[in-house]
Design a protein around this ligand. Structure first.
Ligand SMILES: [Zn+2]
Length: 206
């Protein structure tokens, strides 16, 4: 399978699922530009799909921006690409630290907890399995780049952890310093992905 073939699975359209917000950020329906993490140069950064490296790299999750974010007074040097010319250029950007809690979107069971930030490009992450109310098939939600994972029961609205900037990848950590976020994914048990933005838009209460 080539990278260009990557796409999302269609969501089931007849499931009466009602989920909780995964973070305190409630801007999805009213101001999506405040819901997804962005950089000063890339407003599509946090959206799912072909949003990375001028459409060269597929983003399988959505990056939800923090509400409780603090400037740490530092800067980081990042390399942007000018998508018109394909030319790379360096920029010194202000860095931020997220403080938001992260919440389980639906009742389920803990499938995996990774508390070792150097073991995965997702950093510290939690995977929870859930059951679609109608089909009784399972699906999985993933909460990645956490700074801290709490002890919790995997129930709708439970506090799973604290938003962070963890990843095994130095490059990812650098980008998260200028655009901190929760990387949120929705998968089948086999690891195929649904579009997480569509999932949230369809199943969050309005
Ligand atoms: Zn992401």
């Amino acid at each position: 399978v080539t990278a260009a073939a990557r796409t999302f699975l269609p969501l089931p359209d007849d499931e009466p699922l009602k989920i909780a917000w995964p973070t305190p950020n409630r801007f999805l329906f009213v101001a999506p530009e405040k819901f997804f993490a962005t950089t000063r140069r890339n407003p599509d950064y946090g959206r799912p799909g072909w949003t990375r490296d001028c459409g060269k790299r597929f983003h399988g999750g959505c990056d939800i921006a923090p509400i409780f974010v603090e400037r740490d007074g530092k800067t980081a040097r990042v390399v942007f690409t000018d998508c018109e010319t394909g030319r790379d250029f360096e920029s010194e950007e202000p860095t931020f630290v997220p403080k938001d809690d992260v919440f389980c979107v639906f009742d389920g069971e803990i499938l995996q907890i990774n508390d070792d930030e150097n073991a995965s490009d997702y950093g510290k992450f939690v995977k929870i399995s859930h059951v679609w109310p109608k089909s009784r098939e399972k699906f999985v939600t993933l909460y990645a780049h956490l700074s801290e994972i709490f002890e919790f029961f995997p129930r709708k609205g439970a506090r799973v952890g604290r938003m962070g900037q963890t990843s095994r990848s130095r490059d990812s950590r650098n980008w998260m310093r200028i655009a901190p976020h929760l990387h949120f994914e929705v998968q089948t048990m086999a690891g195929k992905r649904y579009d997480p933005e569509q999932f949230l838009r369809r199943f969050l209460p309005r």
